[in-house]
Design a protein around this ligand. Structure first.
Ligand code: PLP
Length: 366
């Protein structure tokens, strides 16, 4: 599988140039509103003095880093504000590989395709550990794949594309394996606010110098266009990551960070719960229709995605294009996430038209 250029944008482009109405279930862009405080923060920003339009501190606004540190129970010096979880993952993986302990990156299959792409870009080598049918990762399999060559283990929970949420025991074991092999566990927790199972465990709960936690406000505040995320590093790894961040970006976006800070301070937990509830309803609607279509599917414990398998309709790019043209529904080819899901298609439940999409699929496949 060619991972190096993720297919998301290609599929979205095909869907938007189709000759018919297409329901977009490709992107991971929430279709619900950001919190009111975020919009207010942004409005307020327009009237600030001109100094507010200049560079912020490279590693992020101090108050935002303090807010993140307080929420996550870490020292503010461990927090680097990044250009989304995408940059946070890049910094974390780069930091793990530049330690020169090993150049191999352990990834899961299925995998979020940007991880293998980043691995190659950073000069690392990929090694995949299969998740089970439900997307769960058996730490024993990770241990069996780990060696002196392992520089990093990169995991994501709640998971894209499987919807799996790893239990606490898995996270503890993954940290232990990273410690055993003097590697770094990179735990991408960008969907933490969309844990529908109630059993999400952050790697931050396990005290260790061998794990880096990455996250962003892209999904939790429904602002993928703002590009504000963060990484939490062990104390001895943070300095070099901060330099890399500065050399690549100079700094992040100041108005976006300001608005995020306002949103964090003023948004009630009910905002997040309402979004989870919306997702729960969509999962039920969509999977009912998949039942009607006779498809096999995964019921997500978290994140936004459902993997579905239709008889004699493998998850290739060609079939995704055909589904766009013939059914008016755009999903992602399963084989973009690894060989193990090459028979599957991934549908993102971030459209108000989930019910209509489900009906189109049921009609097309039955
Ligand atoms: C698992 C995972 N990590 C990272 C990202 C990128 O997040 P951001 O938009 O904050 O860079 C995504 C986006 O879909 C994702 O699914």
């Amino acid at each position: 599988m060619e991972y190096e250029t993720p297919l998301f944008f290609r599929v979205m482009q095909y869907a938007s140039s189709a000759d018919r109405d297409v329901i977009d279930m490709v992107s991971g862009n929430p279709d619900w509103d950001p919190p009111a405080a975020l919009r207010e923060g942004l409005h307020e920003y327009a009237d600030l003095e001109s100094a507010a339009f200049q560079y912020p501190p490279s590693d992020g606004l101090r108050e935002l880093r303090e807010e993140i540190a307080a929420r996550r129970g870490v020292d503010v010096e461990q927090v680097v504000v990044t250009n989304g979880a995408g940059e946070a993952n890049y910094l974390a993986m780069a930091r793990a590989l530049e330690r020169d302990r090993g150049d191999e990156v352990l990834l899961t299959d299925p995998v979020y395709p940007y991880y293998p792409g980043k691995t190659t870009m950073l000069g690392g080598t990929q090694r995949f550990v299969a998740a089970d049918e439900d997307g769960q990762l058996d730490p024993a399999d990770v241990r069996a794949a780990a060696s002196e060559r392992t520089g990093a283990i990169v995991v994501n929970s709640p998971n894209n594309p499987t919807g799996a949420v790893y239990p606490e025991e898995t996270i503890e074991e993954l940290v232990a394996i990273a410690e055993e092999y003097d590697a770094i566990l990179v735990s991408d927790e960008v969907y933490d606010h969309y844990d529908l199972s109630g059993r999400f465990a952050s790697a931050l709960e396990v005290e260790s110098d061998h794990r880096i936690v990455t996250n962003a406000f892209s999904k939790s505040l429904a602002i993928t266009g703002f590009r504000v995320g963060y990484a939490i590093f062990p104390r001895d790894l943070v300095e070099a990551a901060r330099s890399r961040h500065m050399l690549v970006n100079v700094a992040g976006s100041r108005p976006a960070q300001y608005a995020v800070l306002q949103a964090l301070r003023e948004t009630d937990p009910a905002y997040y719960e309402a979004n989870r509830e919306l997702l729960r309803e969509r999962v039920a609607t969509f999977t009912d229709a998949l039942d009607a279509a006779g498809a096999e599917y995964t019921t997500p414990e978290g994140s936004f995605y459902v993997l579905a398998r239709f008889e004699d309709y493998p998850g290739t790019l060609e079939n995704v294009f055909r589904l766009i043209d013939e059914a008016g529904v755009a999903g992602m080819p399963g084989d973009a996430f690894g060989e193990s899901r090459s028979d599957w298609l991934r549908f993102a439940l971030v459209t108000p038209r989930v019910e209509e999409a489900a009906e189109r699929l049921a009609t097309y496949f039955s």
